[in-house]
Each structure stands twice: as C-alpha cells, then as structure tokens.
Design a protein around this ligand. Structure first.
Ligand SMILES: [Zn+2]
Length: 576
C-alpha cells in the first residue's frame, strides 16, 4: 500500500477565479503529481455514474438523518471517559460543565444525557476493522500487518474453493496467508460472522471483553489493519463488499439510504427495500460469492444469511433465485431472512428466498418481554402496543443478540446438520451479522457500558458458534470474522459536531434565485450527492458554487466540512 500522499484541497480555495478549464487542468496536474493517493482511494472505489460530489466532514463531525439528534441516557465508566477525553485533548470538566448533559456520577459510573453518533466517512475510526481467517487446514497462524480491504475476502475464499471470482471482483486472493495455495481440500462449510459496527474502536475501548474472539484470533490469520476501502462506510455497502468482493463502483451500493426532497419534505428510500417483505435486489449489480459457488455446485450448497436488517443479509448472500443482468449463475431460493418491525418475526421475500421453518419459534417482542419483564435499563415495563416503537432500544440489548445467535444455530442445526447436508461433499455457506453492537453504538456510543454489555454477549454468541462448528465439523470448516464498518466517537466525548442531511438540502437550495422552486440535489446518501444538472443549467448555478455553499455550513460557529470533492476530478486519477 502506498503511504498517504494526498492532501485535501484548501477549503478556502477561490474557485471563482479564472476559467473553469484552467482550474480543472491545475487540479488534474495536482492529482497526477501525487502517487496513487491512499486517502482518496476510498472515494475512487465508490465512483458511481450519477454521483457528483463527495462530502468530507472535519474529523469527528457526524452527518446523518434527523435521528442523530434524538436524546438518550447513557452510562460510562469514569476512568474510560477520562482516557477517551484525553485522546481528544479534552477533560472530564468539559462534560461536567455542560448543563445539557445533566452529568452525574456515582461509584465510578457516569450518567449523561447524550444524543446519537454514526459512521460514513473515510476516517480510521469509521474504517479500521479486524479481518480474521480461521481454519487451521487452510490458513497460517499469524498476525499480518498488511492493509487489506473487505473486498479481499471473496477472492481468497474463491481461491480455496477453486471457483471463479464473482463478476465485480477487482482485487486478488491473498495467497501468502494460505498454508498450501495448491491444496485441493475444501471445507464442509464457510461461516462468516460480521460484528456490525465492530471496528477496532470497539476492541480498543473494551480490550478485556472479546475473550472468545481473541482465542479464535490466536489460531488464525489476523489482519489488525484491515479497513473499509470505500465510502459511505455504511452497513449496506460493507455487507455488499463482504458478499461480492466488489467495490461500490461495481456493486452500485453506495449507501444505506437515498434521501430526496419532495414538496419540502425529506423522503427516504432504503436500499433493496420495497417493503418489509418485498425487496429489489437488482440494486446489487454484481454477483456474490454465494451466487457463484452455489451455481458451480449445481445449487447443492446450502446458503444461509441472517441479520435483523435486510440490507445486511441480502448484501452477503446475494440474489437467491433472482437473475441479474450480466450474472452468469442460475440461483435457487437460499435461506436469506431478516426481522419485521411490525410483529417482530423473522421474514423473507419468498419470491427469491426461503424462510427457515424453525425461525418462527423466535420473536423479538416476546423475547424482550420474557427476558426483561421489568424493562431493560431505564426503559420501563414493556407494554405490548409500544414495543414496535422501541425497536432501536430493543435491538441494542444483550437479550436480542442472544436470540439472534440462537436463531442462527437453530437454522444451522435444522437446515444443514439434521439433514446430513454437511457431509454431502458440497461446501455450504453461512453468513451471520450480529447487529446489537451497531444499535448500542449508535444509541449510547461504543464507549458506553451499554455497548460493552452488548459486545460481551456478541462475543459469547461467537464462542458458542465456534464450539458448534468444532463439535460437528472437526477441523473441516472455515470461520471468517470481520466488521462492516466502525463508528465515530460520541460527539459529547470527542467534541465533534452533528449536522442533518436536511440542512444540506436547505443550504444548497438557498442558492436558487428568489421565487424559483425545485431542488438542486437530485438525491444524496449521507456522504454523496447527485446534482440536478437541468436545474443548475437553467439557473446558472455551478458545481463550484454548490461546493462553496456546502463548505460555508457551520455549526456552533465552526465549519462542519473539511472538503467537498468533485467526482470529475476523482475520475481523472487512475483507479488502483
Ligand atoms: Zn452496520
């Protein structure tokens, strides 16, 4: 990997000076003068035709939908807080002196009223993740300091399985971690577990917690410097990378949510989701490893993919029985399923996938009520009618993680082990995302005691799955453990700012002449903007003017953004 050699353009650069072509030429020369700049590779990997601008917040600033401002009460170990604050040049007095936080402490436990945090940027806290390849027959036991991306996982597994790469793969197998690259031995199952938001920030904040994962690491090839090599560092994008081995420039999956302004109101389109049980997986434009392997095995491989969010389970497993344009596979209805808010049951889109029958034994709301008859933490006694409105809170509980681990093990048991399919000579694939760490991280900050508790349960479930694999497969399995992304520290702790996408729409549209209606932004993800070129042409508003307007946005008297990158400049740099 090349060292970081790119510096973002100065935010106060005068883009109005001189003809546009000269400016473009000078930027082009500036970019070409730099050697394959590491810092912008994430943006280059995500160049989608209809995206024009990439937003780069200042470090620690968090751009999100309006939920980022919802209030919650979190608890923190005082000594942890002091340590985190110090790393940002801040002190506990900064928190104690902020009346909004209603700071209180007792027996080394700090309680604060906080708002939420999120992830989407190319900064290390959002992108530094672990990747663990476990399987003593195939992988060397070593810690490897190379910087690899999620996109390296698929070609490495395809190499072991002796199947072709899915059609979006641009990376190569990491053969140097293989004990014998020419071995023809294949595992009976490959299990991939994604700890959602489980970047290195979680492991650094709670080093004594992931005991099982640490044990697995010791008998694996472990990449501590792996990273999310694309933007937005969001769930859908990370899972698509893990499933397809392709960058967003090929998968077309660049974010979770696509925001539009309609009649002055923000409208959200969630990727793949038509409704809770109807999906459009053509939005994932390349084949997954599961699509390819299953087809090559005459659809005799079992494919399981479970996460409570459909954007994760679909991104990992792929298209099931749906054929995509350019895909040269012929799929069957794999076990791909997720949870419905409405009634808390596991569901699927039965046009393309199959719901494991035993999954009906598990229900989110029944589980929560049974495990916490008096409510969890500050949330009072559960009331049946209000449970769906507590979705995010319920997802952030250890009981939820436990139920997801049990559901996954039940599916593995009933769909593969009980049917003897683990011994049929066709390698099966099972994907699991444990997402409680993400819910707790967003709601309380990964620094919190709430997140620590959920992380501990996540680690316990991974330990149980590892035990189950050893018991039933001996050493004839591969287990991959990674994360889809990390997360920004809680702004209350880091001193970072929050901004909502609504504000970006509002500020950009303020460039329109008085009386002119319409939207200059066609749509945006959290970090990427597609512009309305017709309206820009009609009103004479340039990309440079829009960039300038976005850069002028300030929160609490501080500029929110560090830079706004033009796609037209990024494309001129060779894709590495
Ligand atoms: Zn995620």
């Amino acid at each position: 990997m090349n060292p970081i050699s790119y510096k973002f353009t100065k935010r106060n650069q005068k883009f109005s000076l001189g003809p546009q072509s000269l400016l473009f030429l000078s930027l082009l020369l500036f970019f070409l003068g730099c050697k394959a700049p590491e810092d912008i590779s994430s943006f280059k990997h995500s160049l989608r035709d209809d995206i024009d601008l990439y937003l780069v917040p200042e470090k620690f600033n968090v751009l999100e939908s309006t939920w980022i401002n919802l209030q919650n009460t979190g608890t923190y170990l005082r000594s942890d807080l002091v340590k985190h604050l110090k790393s940002y040049g801040r002190t506990i007095e900064d928190l104690q002196g902020d009346p909004e936080l209603e700071y209180s402490e007792k027996d080394d436990i700090v309680t604060m009223k906080i708002r939420k945090t999120s992830h989407s940027t190319h900064y290390p806290y959002d992108t530094n993740i672990p990747i663990i390849f476990h399987g003593e027959k195939w992988f060397k036991i070593e810690e490897n300091s190379d910087v690899i991306n999620q996109q390296h996982i698929v070609p490495t597994l395809a190499k072991i399985m002796k199947v072709r790469n899915p059609n979006g793969v641009e990376t190569s197998a990491i053969t140097k971690i293989l004990k014998n690259p020419n071995s023809t031995e294949k595992p009976d199952i490959i299990v991939t577990i994604v700890v959602d938001q489980g970047g290195q920030q979680y492991y650094k904040a709670h080093p004594d917690i992931p005991k099982n994962i640490e044990l697995i690491k010791k008998t694996s090839t472990y990449f501590p410097n792996a990273r999310v090599g694309h933007v937005d560092s969001h769930t859908a994008v990370g899972h698509a990378a893990i499933g397809t081995g392709a960058y967003p420039i090929k998968t077309s999956v660049v974010g979770n949510t696509f925001f539009r302004l309609e009649d002055g109101k923000i409208v959200k389109n969630e990727i793949y989701a038509t409704s809770e049980i109807e999906v459009n997986t053509e939005e994932l434009k390349t084949e997954t490893f599961a699509d390819v392997l299953d087809f090559e095995n005459g659809n005799l491989s079992e494919v399981i993919s479970q996460c409570y969010a459909l954007r994760a389970s679909i991104g990992m497993a792929g298209h099931g029985s749906l054929q995509i344009k350019n895909g040269t596979y012929n799929g069957d209805k794999d076990f791909v399923y997720w949870l419905a808010h409405k009634d808390g049951a596991w569901v699927t889109d039965s046009r393309y996938y199959t719901l494991p029958p035993k999954s009906s034994e598990f229900n989110v709301y029944d589980n929560y009520t049974k495990e916490y008859p008096n409510g969890w933490k500050q949330y009072g006694k559960p009331n049946k009618d209000s449970l769906p409105s507590m979705w995010n809170e319920i997802m952030a509980t250890p009981a939820q993680v436990r139920m997801e681990g049990e559901t996954f093990r039940r599916t593995l048991q009933t769909m593969i082990l009980d049917t003897g399919k683990h011994k049929d000579g066709h390698t099966d694939l099972a994907y699991l995302t444990l997402k409680g760490t993400d819910a707790a991280g967003h709601g309380f900050g990964w620094e919190s005691l709430e997140a620590k508790e959920v992380f501990a349960e996540t680690d316990r479930q991974i330990g149980l799955i590892h035990e189950m694999l050893k018991k039933n497969y001996g050493d004839n399995f591969i287990l991959v453990i990674t994360a889809d992304h990390g997360c920004a520290p809680l702004p209350e702790i880091s001193g970072g700012l929050r901004l909502t996408v609504d504000e970006v729409f509002k500020e950009v549209n303020s460039l329109l002449p008085a009386g002119k209606t319409g939207n200059l932004i066609n749509f945006m993800t959290v970090g990427q903007i597609s512009l309305n070129h017709d309206l820009m042409k009609e009103t004479g508003i340039t990309e440079e003017a829009i960039r300038g307007k976005i850069l002028s946005i300030s929160v609490k008297g501080r500029n929110f953004f560090k830079d706004v990158l033009f796609k037209k400049n990024l494309v001129s740099i060779k894709h590495d």
